[in-house]
Design a protein around this ligand. Structure first.
Ligand SMILES: *[C@@H]1O[C@H](CO)[C@@H](O)[C@H](O)[C@H]1NC(C)=O
Ligand SMILES: *[C@@H]1O[C@H](CO)[C@@H](O)[C@H](O)[C@H]1NC(C)=O
Ligand SMILES: *[C@@H]1O[C@H](CO)[C@@H](O)[C@H](O)[C@H]1NC(C)=O
Ligand SMILES: *[C@@H]1O[C@H](CO)[C@@H](O)[C@H](O)[C@H]1NC(C)=O
Ligand SMILES: *[C@@H]1O[C@H](CO)[C@@H](O)[C@H](O)[C@H]1NC(C)=O
Ligand SMILES: *[C@@H]1O[C@H](CO)[C@@H](O)[C@H](O)[C@H]1NC(C)=O
Length: 506
């Protein structure tokens, strides 16, 4: 048996008797979904098996750009262990599993034939989840663009992406929509466009001076806006298709998931306050709220972006604008960090302005992450939800990612005792609960991640898993961390015991 300890550990996840004031899952609205997630490239492994072809992430990691030159060639190997993983999810008591379909596994060339082995894998995974009473929440596109589309027409930079994406999305609706009732079109279009086309830190690493010595083949002044535009139109196109052709019979919901970093002024100066507002306005955790939320809610880009990026910001036709407006049943947010924003007014006078210069703000979490300056701040989730409520008409929200990372080993030992993670989860869940009580329409919460995976920015240096994975042995043995036991207890009616520190640093 792969998890000799799992049953015993979860069985032992007893919890203290409930105090009058303590929160439990039953204090959340009826139907509120608790889950955990992963994504295809990060968790599946088997990158060259059964007809899968490379994505831009395979290319990137194989060129040695990932941390420690790691790849996700095997990673947690869920492709071969999905049954064991679903069993573990069931034992943990998850309502839902959020995962993504690998486009280069289902349609290896990006368009055209469906790969029967890919189809079989996702059918098996979905059936296994449903057999165990776990809702599949499926992301259609999670950063892993087929390399062939990158080679053929520069991927997101071409409007041809929209048609290929829509055909791929339709293959997903057609193949899995009888069982999948929660679809996300695109994950984190905001980080993908900034990382891939502005600062070049993520594939396809397109950028221009002054972003890095190797950034010579892009144009940071225009390409982030073009890539985001096409992602947004692809999203709208898939939503339109789903609504016109599938939703009435399949009765599912469809949305988009944005990275939701919250910007807070770095100092008390009015300039920094303005810079933080601008970053949230421009962007919220990357360009999202404005680049993505704003068109989705209002049908156009925000005025501040129009006035600053000018003709570099693609125009939306009346038809596109109509298609975008209201093109979601929910918005997913991946929320991790608060980012301290500083004004950089000189940047606005640069001859070649990129996204950050357009916003005239220094608020690059990539820099902070590299410098080890990750700042977790549960109150920032409250601010984000409040902002969405006040500014964007309080849309239905799913918190699609939120989690805590440990190094793989502390003092040479595998980390089972991850009290910080349990504390983290309880603090954020308390804030989420209070936001809901204050009128936010949050409907679900997914821990990132269900188990250790290859992290896009950190390789295997950071472990977010409720369950650990021994990446050094062939069978990729899973082990159950204390936080998984804690979450399991909570899912079974146990109490939240927040640290009381969630609101201290606002
Ligand atoms: C640029 O590319 C060279 C050669 O591939 C590599 O050694 C160097 O680390 C790269 N620099 C950055 C900042 O990625
Ligand atoms: C802002 O001002 C308050 C008091 O007015 C002070 O307590 C706080 O530390 C200041 N914050 C920053 C980031 O400077
Ligand atoms: C968008 O439209 C404005 C005015 O209608 C025009 O000046 C601008 O050049 C257009 N931008 C693009 C990228 O076509
Ligand atoms: C837990 O968090 C504290 C402070 O937040 C930190 O000092 C400590 O190293 C963390 N423990 C582990 C095991 O990461
Ligand atoms: C509750 O919502 C109101 C406005 O919608 C906001 O001003 C207030 O700060 C919120 N309170 C909390 C605790 O989030
Ligand atoms: C990074 O790679 C080196 C050499 O392969 C290895 O010894 C080390 O454990 C790796 N570090 C992490 C955090 O995986």
């Amino acid at each position: 048996m792969l998890f000799p300890v799992a049953v015993a550990l979860f069985a032992a996840a007893a919890f203290a008797p409930r105090h009058a004031s303590a929160l439990t899952r039953h204090d959340f609205p009826e139907g509120f979904v608790f889950g955990a997630g992963t994504s295809a490239y990060q968790v599946e492994g088997a990158v060259e098996e059964d007809g899968r072809k490379p994505s831009i992430w395979d290319t990137f990691t194989h060129q040695g750009y990932s941390y420690n030159k790691s790849t996700a060639d095997v990673s947690a190997d869920q492709y071969h262990h999905y049954k064991d993983d679903v069993k573990l999810m069931h034992e943990m008591g998850l309502d839902a599993y959020r995962f993504s379909i690998a486009w280069p596994r289902l349609i290896p060339d990006g368009r055209g034939e469906i790969n029967p082995k890919g189809l079989e894998y996702y059918n098996n995974l979905i059936d296994e989840l449903i057999r165990h009473g776990i809702q599949p929440h499926v992301t259609i596109y999670h950063l892993d663009l087929p390399q062939s589309l990158q080679d053929e027409y520069n991927g997101l930079l071409s409007p041809r992406f929209i048609d290929d994406y829509t055909a791929y999305a339709e293959a997903c609706f057609e193949s899995f929509g009888d069982r999948v009732k929660h679809w996300v079109t695109v994950n984190e279009p905001n980080i993908e466009t900034i990382g891939g086309f502005d600062n070049g830190r993520l594939p396809p690493q397109r950028c221009s001076h002054p972003f890095g010595e190797n950034c010579t083949r892009g144009d940071s002044t225009t390409e982030p806006y073009v890539a985001a535009h096409h992602l947004l139109l692809a999203h709208a196109s898939a939503v339109r298709l789903y609504r016109d052709k599938y939703q009435a019979t399949q009765r599912g919901q469809i949305g988009i998931t944005l990275l939701g970093w919250w910007h807070e002024p770095a100092t008390n100066s009015s300039q920094d306050a303005a810079a933080a507002t601008r970053m949230n306005d421009f962007h919220i955790g990357w360009p999202s709220l404005h680049r993505f939320m704003h068109p989705l809610v209002y049908g156009d880009y925000p005025t501040v972006m129009r006035s600053r990026a000018g003709a570099r910001l693609p125009n939306l036709t009346a038809e596109q604008s109509k298609k975008l407006r209201g093109a979601f049943d929910f918005i997913g947010f991946n929320h991790y960090l608060v980012v301290r924003a500083r004004a950089d007014d000189s940047a606005f006078n640069l001859k070649q302005r990129d996204y950050y210069a357009d916003a005239s703000a220094i608020a690059d979490p990539f820099e902070d992450i590299q410098a080890g300056g990750l700042e977790y701040a549960p109150w920032a989730l409250g601010k984000l939800l409040d902002h969405l409520k006040l500014k964007y008409g309080n849309p239905p929200i799913l918190i699609h990612e939120n989690g805590y990372s440990d190094p793989p080993k502390i003092s040479g030992k595998i980390v089972y005792e991850d009290d910080n993670r349990s504390e983290f989860l309880q603090d954020y869940l308390e804030v989420l609960y209070l936001s809901i009580r204050n009128g936010s329409d949050a409907r679900g919460y997914f821990v990132w991640s269900f188990l250790d995976v290859s992290e896009f920015l950190f390789g295997y240096r950071s472990r977010f898993g409720l369950c650990g994975v021994d990446m050094n042995i062939k069978g990729r043995t899973r082990y159950v961390r204390n936080s998984a036991r804690w979450y399991s207890g909570f899912l079974n009616g146990g109490e939240l015991r927040p640290s009381g520190k969630a609101y201290t640093a606002a």
